[in-house]
Design a protein around this ligand. Structure first.
Ligand code: SF4
Length: 352
């Protein structure tokens, strides 16, 4: 018999599943799950017979933490094995003030196949369910108090919109996390941006633009063919109009590829009419990824500074993302292993 896991469910789902137990019992269980409780046994305000009964009928978590890797900069990466042996990763980032951000995955693998991303190079396994998304947060919460959530892990969240929205409802409803503390990062799925805007969920939106040169963007991010820049611009403007928020555009800088003056000018032209900040992300090294037959390389510090200055000269606000988690392959674009493969028991898979 497959036992249902309780972690990641909304309070209403939990109440439903635990019937005929009274609602206050479901609230107690939910409270424990939100604390990242390690076992039913540890739910000390439940009677002992009830704890035993729940342990016999249900699982606490559907995912198993197969590895927990920690980098010198405080980044923690969890490798999770789901009930069907699908594997995903979730990351806990730490800023200079010690505030923690949970970076969550929405898909195992990714169908978008950006050429600079390890997850994209793995292919697509499946969408994650809402509880599987929320459960990543709960596992990370058991390590530290979390201030922010970014939906920037494995996968394209707007290609799994239904589960994403259900997970957001749990975060902002039952778990009481402010919408303003949640950022959804998309590769630029026009239909998904418009749908998300219409729902007015209030979460912040980040769009990975990478380049505003249409030909180059299609080469780097094949999804751009079906989501051309003019339509993407209109969708972002619509999101801004519906949510009244400043947008973040992300540009992963690839050495010698999208750091030319012409790229900075094209980005400047693209953002006209939008209220944005551009986040420059130095590409994090991933072996084996190539563009036009040549291995990708990190941009030099000078290249990044010059590119940022060219944007600032056009009156654009620019931020530069600090690199975190490189030592455990937990940095931007580095997440992933073969999602179909069985678990490893060594660290060699993900450590450099
Ligand atoms: S960058 Fe994001 S959208 Fe692109 S392949 Fe990687 S996970 Fe998918």
């Amino acid at each position: 018999m497959i036992r249902h896991a309780l972690a990641g469910l909304s309070l209403a789902e939990l109440q439903n599943l635990l019937q005929p137990l009274p609602a206050f019992r479901a609230r107690q269980v939910f409270h424990w799950l939100a604390q990242g409780v390690p076992s039913f046994e540890a739910m000390t305000d439940l009677t002992l017979p009830l704890r035993h009964d729940l342990a016999n009928r249900f699982l606490l978590y559907s995912a198993t933490v197969s590895q927990q890797l920690e980098d010198n900069d405080g980044t923690v990466k969890l490798q999770l094995s789901l009930q069907d042996n699908t594997r995903i990763e979730a990351v806990l980032l730490s800023d200079n003030e010690g505030r923690k951000t949970a970076c969550l995955s929405t898909q195992a693998g990714c169908p978008v196949a950006c050429v600079f991303c390890k997850t994209g190079s793995l292919g697509f396994s499946r969408n994650l369910s809402s509880p599987e998304i929320v459960e990543q947060f709960l596992h990370l919460s058991s390590i530290a108090d979390i201030a922010n959530i970014v939906i920037m892990g494995m996968g394209e969240p707007l290609l799994n919109l239904e589960a994403l929205c259900a997970a957001l409802a749990v975060f902002t409803g039952d778990l009481g996390i402010s919408r303003r503390r949640i950022t959804i990062s998309t590769s630029g799925i026009v239909k998904g941006i418009r749908e998300l805007a219409s729902k007015r969920l209030g979460a912040r939106l980040a769009c990975s633009l990478t380049t505003a040169d249409p030909t180059l963007r299609e080469q780097l991010m094949p999804i751009a063919r079906a989501n051309p820049l003019p339509r993407l611009h209109d969708a972002l403007a619509y999101y801004q109009q519906e949510q009244g928020q400043r947008l973040t555009l992300e540009a992963v800088l690839l050495g010698g590829i999208n750091t030319r003056e012409i790229d900075a000018r094209a980005l400047g032209a693209f953002v006209r009419g939008l209220d944005v900040v551009i986040n420059l992300i130095t590409w994090n090294p991933i072996s084996g990824l190539c563009f036009e037959g040549k291995p990708l390389r990190e941009p030099s510090r000078r290249e990044v500074e010059r590119f940022g200055a060219l944007l600032e000269q056009q009156g654009i606000q620019v931020t530069r993302r600090f690199r975190k988690g490189i030592g455990i392959a937990g940095a931007c674009g580095q997440l992933g292993f073969n999602p179909h493969k069985q678990m490893d028991t060594t660290m060699s898979d993900t450590t450099r």
